[in-house]
Design a protein around this ligand. Structure first.
Ligand code: NDP
Length: 331
């Protein structure tokens, strides 16, 4: 079985040298364990944080050891009564072709008609729940409000914008890093979209939101957050989901210089971690499955084939090679 190890810790932007493809032997199954052939691996921005030697809400990866991440696979051998060979499962031992785990640490999945099993790493998985909780619970978006989403052509952002629209937002604006992504957002039903590379974010946002915004779903931080604070109306709310513009920084980056506006405008900035909101999973899955079935939500993937390209796929997410969710498909 081949697996990806952290070869060294990156300085600034990671490179392929930070990863190693290693051949490993699959351990013999013990009682209560299952052997899984991974079919889809998730590569996600938060993994950049785990490459640093710093305690965070998830422990750092260790140099010379296999990395972890979400994966969807098929049970091929089972020493546990609750799982049988052939079942589709979600688990946390990604970045490898074969995984051995306790059956209790694995979630059995129901295949969804017409959808790839990888949907559990995207629209019906963590990115979907993050978008749902962020828009509805953290930002508390109300019908009729104006919403701005950054990294809007990505996994979380594309869903956040569409959920906002389905739940009655009067105007949804998205930013992304290319002209093709701007067209993609228009196709998804965003009312306005701009390429943040074309002009200062504040200028583009002011043009796209002449009457201001009520909610900002922040995936990016930095200039995007400062621009949103400028444009937010009184009582506006920010769901602080991610800050990808600073993930490669080796030292702290200065924050927005306009935070004093929070006072007069009575703004709320609220950070959140999806892991604290698993209780919303049943409602989320019910509503999202309906939206997907009825074609009300469109969700795309950028697929990279082969474990030997998993590191490229991850580096690709950090620099915007993906539209929708970046997925590594194993044959
Ligand atoms: P995406 O699919 O959105 O992929 C990341 C995207 O970030 C890239 O495609 C790229 O798109 C964009 N990007 C990269 N660098 C910059 C930059 N300097 N400025 C602006 N955009 C940039 O990833 P996810 O949907 O998985 O995650 C989105 C965000 O949500 C991340 O910040 C992630 O950390 C966060 N997150 C937070 C969770 C939580 O519990 N709080 C849970 C899950 C995700 P482009 O071409 O547009 O630049």
């Amino acid at each position: 079985s081949r697996e990806i190890h952290l070869a060294s810790r990156p300085q600034g932007k990671p490179t392929l040298d930070n990863f190693a493809l290693v051949e490993a032997t699959v351990p013999v199954l013990g009682p209560g364990q299952v052997l899984i052939r991974n079919r889809f691996l998730s590569v996600d921005p938060y993994m950049r944080g785990r490459m640093k030697d710093a305690e965070s809400y998830v422990p750092p990866y260790r140099v010379g050891e296999v990395m972890d991440g979400a994966a969807v696979g098929e049970v091929i051998e089972s020493e546990a009564p609750e799982l049988t060979a052939g079942e589709l499962v979600l688990h946390s031992r990604g970045w490898r072709e074969y995984a051995v785990l306790e059956a209790t640490k694995v979630t059995a999945l129901r295949p969804q008609a017409g959808l790839s099993p990888s949907v559990y790493l995207g629209a019906l998985g963590v990115p979907g729940l993050t978008a749902y909780v962020g828009v509805l619970d953290i930002a508390g978006m109300q019908p009729g409000e104006r919403v701005f989403v950054s990294s809007a052509a990505g996994a979380v952002g594309s869903l956040a914008g569409q959920i906002a629209k389905l739940r009655g937002a009067s105007r949804v604006i998205g930013s992304a890093g290319s002209a093709a992504k701007v067209r993609y957002l228009e196709g998804l039903g965003f009312d306005a979209a701009f390429n943040y590379q074309d002009a200062p974010v504040g200028e583009s946002l002011a043009l796209a939101a002449p009457d201001g915004i009520d909610v900002y779903f922040d995936n990016v931080g930095g200039d995007h957050l400062a621009a949103a604070i400028d444009r937010l109306r009184r009582g506006g709310r920010v769901a602080v989901c991610g800050a990808i513009s600073v993930y490669n920084a080796d030292s702290p980056v200065p924050g927005p210089s306009n935070l004093s506006l929070l006072i007069g405008k009575r703004l709320t900035l609220r950070g959140f971690l999806v892991g604290d909101h698993w209780n919303r999973m049943p409602e989320f899955v019910a509503e999202m499955s309906g939206w997907l079935r009825e074609g009300k939500i469109r969700f795309d993937e950028t697929v990279v084939d082969g474990i030997e390209h998993a590191a490229d796929a991850f580096l690709g997410v950090l620099q915007g090679d993906n539209t929708g969710k970046m997925i590594v498909r194993l044959d």
